[in-house]
Design a protein around this ligand. Structure first.
Ligand SMILES: *[C@@H]1O[C@H](CO)[C@@H](O)[C@H](O)[C@H]1NC(C)=O
Length: 249
């Protein structure tokens, strides 16, 4: 079974061999198979040696290393201006980009409104944002996979349940629509569902549809990603996190 852990405070880890050793020892004791380590884009050039050392330590522990990064603003980055810096061997890439309204881009997604309740202009805005996001992830997937590296993404559970409906976008066929999840699954090696919840049973319920879809498609011969459920381990990591029985963890 795959058991992954997110590491956001990688800046503190990078130059501290004691902490790196401790991380690898503890992760092994917990049977963690994969570490998603936050890596800022500039680090691949500025902290090359530190990153390589961390990567070696993680992989020597028999654990897979993923470089993790993401920001809603990446949706607007012009693909032509972006190059993938040479990454240390056998690091995989994980994107964590949410297509929702942010203070910089208020009113593009229209947070909290069901698709049915959007007016025409709002619906166009949401469809445009979601299509752009799917395009960015597809572009990134091609680029990363062309370097023989795996590409994964963290996806909010609400792609499948936004105010009660799965999110979809128009297809090139007039009047056609496709679920965003259906478009993303084939371009990913790993589909991590963010549950924004600290309660494992609630997490499981938020992953079910995605896992079932991937299983069905895989048994029909389609290439499908591994589907994982993400559990939050504490309050205060984000405004949307729902906590239940936190004391247990
Ligand atoms: C890790 O795996 C071993 C062997 O399967 C098992 O005995 C142990 O309880 C596991 N540790 C944790 C923390 O789950």
């Amino acid at each position: 079974m795959q058991l992954s852990m997110w590491i956001w405070n990688a800046a503190l880890l990078l130059a501290d061999q004691g902490q790196i050793d401790l991380l690898v020892t503890e992760a092994r004791d917990l049977n963690i198979t994969d570490l998603y380590v936050y890596v800022a884009p500039t680090w691949l050039q500025e902290k090359t040696v530190d990153i390589a050392n961390l990567n070696i330590a993680i992989q020597s522990g028999g654990i897979h290393a993923w470089a993790l990064d993401g920001d809603a603003d990446y949706i607007d980055v012009d693909a032509a201006e972006t190059r993938l810096p040479p990454a240390p061997a056998s690091i995989a890439i994980k994107a964590d980009i949410e297509p929702q309204d942010t203070p910089q881009h208020d009113g593009r997604f229209f947070n909290g409104i069901a698709e049915l309740d959007l007016n025409t202009e709002q619906l166009l805005s949401r469809d445009t944002l979601l299509s752009k996001w799917v395009d960015r992830l597809s572009w990134a997937s091609q680029l990363v996979r062309s370097h023989d590296m795996q590409f994964g993404a963290a996806l909010p559970f609400w792609l499948n349940d936004y105010e009660g409906e799965p999110l979809d976008i128009p297809t090139s066929t007039a009047g056609g629509h496709t679920g965003v999840m259906n478009l993303l699954m084939p371009i990913l090696d790993e589909y991590v569902v963010m549950s924004y919840n600290t309660d494992p049973p609630s997490t499981a319920s938020r992953v079910l549809q995605q896992a079932m879809y991937a299983s069905q498609q895989a048994s029909a011969g389609q290439e499908m990603p591994r589907v994982l459920g993400g559990v939050e381990v504490g309050h205060g990591v984000g405004t949307g996190v729902e906590g239940c029985r936190v004391g247990r963890y």
